[in-house]
Design a protein around this ligand. Structure first.
Ligand SMILES: Cc1cc2nc3c(=O)[nH]c(=O)nc-3n(C[C@H](O)[C@H](O)[C@H](O)COP(=O)(O)O)c2cc1C
Ligand code: SF4
Length: 455
């Protein structure tokens, strides 16, 4: 697919992170113009009509979320920009922050103008030192140029952006965990409702949006609705609840590929094209066996499994839009971070590694998540030692099916994300697990570091 990047258009320019170059490329014209001839409601309408859906994982329509704020609230209203980006193999936010921070900051300014916020908190993953420093410098440039603070571009719009370094845990990316952490507390997600739009940071109405969502806002305000809707996939006419998958998307490719890379393509590129063309194919001349289509928590695609109703196609051919991964039993598009597992890697070992991650990252508030992720790891630890039992497979799927906000047993979606890789691995690659039980040999995969989970 031939496509000229927009979100990543500037990243290879020298000093792409600096204000001077960004302005020379037309940067901050969209906010300047909006302050002259658009009311906040017009900005919301443009983002809504463009069909932008959040890029942080859940795909919630951005403009619609903004309308959930209480009408005529005296303020303050806050924007929290979610740059926690801890989903394994996901790095699309990092590229934007390091290479083109002003594109993201302009989106924040537009979003704050739209929602009548005078303060944005930019919550950056603890480990992202380079991104943090790039943002720190970019925000300082804006203050020095008079483009942040009071009366921006001579208007009556005021805005401060506060950079906040994250607390180094996956759960800090869950929007209410992020808010708790921002408030200086342990990142324990809150029971919802109330949703943050009603009661968020410091108990004030708050919008939480992802970094890439902010970059999309900049481009929608600069290029218009028709441009955004000319890319991607329109709503499925057979599904009245589908909001479509419009616009450009940053996909990251990692794992067993020749060329791990972050690429920008229109929403809906096929998984096969992404890996085989943009990722340079599977490494060492091997073949792909399984793929995570959007971060570990989305579960696994079985590359060889036939795609129902599509002659000659396999799960490898699914489109990477908001609906595609769900059609093959995955949780969704997630972060669009594609991780490839080659045909010489044991799914038993992969699943051990995955269960270790989620058990470690469970915050421990909800018993089904705290205990369930711990049990799944303990069972997989048994497999690693060659002691897996036939009944373990059904226990694993049973636990995985019962933890999460979808079955209604937990506060947040971390546990859905912990269950999905387990159930898809076992349902789709069951024979590999049965073979491991039959052989009863310890895994040759190196014993991972012992980590202490929440249980
Ligand atoms: C365990 C967990 C981790 C999450 N991590 C992130 C993250 O790192 N970045 C992010 O933008 N959203 C993350 N989310 C989703 C956020 O809760 C929220 O939906 C998102 O920030 C909203 O932004 P958007 O509407 O622009 O996508 C996570 C959700 C869960 C359940
Ligand atoms: S589901 Fe898990 S991570 Fe989320 S609040 Fe409950 S224990 Fe914490």
């Amino acid at each position: 697919m031939k496509y000229e990047p927009i979100l990543l258009a500037r990243i290879h320019k020298p000093n792409s992170h600096q204000l001077e170059g960004y302005r020379a490329d037309g940067g901050y014209a969209a906010i300047e113009q909006a302050l002259v001839d658009k009311k906040p409601a017009d900005v919301i309408a443009q983002v809504k009509d463009a069909g932008l859906r959040g890029r942080g994982g859940a795909g919630f329509p951005t403009g619609l979320k903004w309308t959930f704020l209480p009408k005529d609230h005296p303020g303050p209203i806050y924007l929290c920009v979610n740059a926690d980006e801890s989903e394994p193999c996901t790095y699309n936010n990092r590229i934007l922050m390091e290479k083109d921070p002003h594109q993201v900051l302009e989106g924040i300014m537009l979003a704050c103008y739209a929602i009548r916020s005078e303060k944005a908190f930019f919550y950056v993953r603890y480990e992202y030192g380079t991104a943090y420093r790039a943002l720190e410098a970019a925000i300082a440039e804006l203050y020095a140029a008079g483009l942040l603070g009071k009366n921006i571009f001579g208007s009556d719009f005021h805005l401060d952006i506060v950079l906040h370094r994250g607390a180094g845990a996956y759960i800090c990316g869950e929007e209410t965990g992020l808010i708790e952490s921002l408030e200086g507390k342990r990142a324990w997600p809150r029971i919802k409702p109330p949703f943050p739009a009603i009661e968020g940071a410091f108990r004030k109405p708050t919008i939480v949006n992802n970094v890439e969502t902010m970059a999309c806002v900049t481009q929608i305000m600069r290029r218009g609705i028709d441009w955004f809707k000319s890319l991607g996939v329109p709503p499925d006419p057979k599904n009245p609840r589908d909001a479509g998958s419009y616009g450009p998307k940053l996909y990251t490719i990692a794992g067993h590929v020749e060329k791990p890379v972050c690429v920008e393509l229109p929403m809906g590129v096929s998984l096969r094209e992404l890996v085989e063309v943009h990722g340079g194919g599977v490494w060492k001349g091997r073949k792909a066996k399984a793929v995570n289509p959007g971060g570990l928590s989305m579960g696994f695609v079985d590359v060889l499994a036939p795609l129902k109703g599509e002659d000659g196609k396999t799960e490898y051919d699914i489109p990477l839009d908001f609906n595609g991964p769900g059609k093959v039993g995955c949780l969704g598009l997630g972060t669009a971070a594609v991780t490839v597992i080659d045909d010489q890697t044991s799914m038993v070992d992969v699943l051990h590694n995955v269960t270790q991650f989620f058990s470690h990252e469970s915050c421990g508030q909800c018993t089904p998540c705290r205990e369930g992720t711990g049990w799944m790891l303990k069972i997989m630890e048994r497999f690693r030692r060659g002691l897996g039992r036939r009944e373990d497979l059904d226990i694993l799927v049973d636990v995985a099916d019962r933890i999460g906000i979808i079955p209604g047993t937990t506060i947040c979606g971390l546990s859905d994300g912990a269950g999905w890789p387990v159930k898809t691995a076992i349902r789709k690659f069951r024979s590999e697990f049965e073979e491991a039980i039959r052989k009863g040999e310890p895994s040759r995969y190196a014993k991972p570091l012992q980590m202490v989970g929440a249980h």
